[in-house]
Design a protein around this ligand. Structure first.
Ligand SMILES: [Zn+2]
Length: 55
């Protein structure tokens, strides 16, 4: 399991929501989290998960 860097949830590595940033691959629980990450990757990589609320 990987950890979604945006919300901190555990994500299956088979998740279709993924992004490559600086040569590393990141997994997300949802498209919303992926888009949030891509908006400002450094904020999540440096600051850690923000615990975004999910539906
Ligand atoms: Zn998430």
């Amino acid at each position: 399991m990987k950890v979604d860097p945006v919300c901190g949830m555990e994500v299956d590595e088979r998740s279709e929501h993924r992004a490559i940033y600086k040569g590393r691959i990141y997994f997300f629980c949802s498209r919303e989290c992926k888009e949030e990450f891509e908006r400002d990757p450094e904020a999540y990589l440096k600051g850690g998960p923000k615990g975004m609320p999910h539906k």
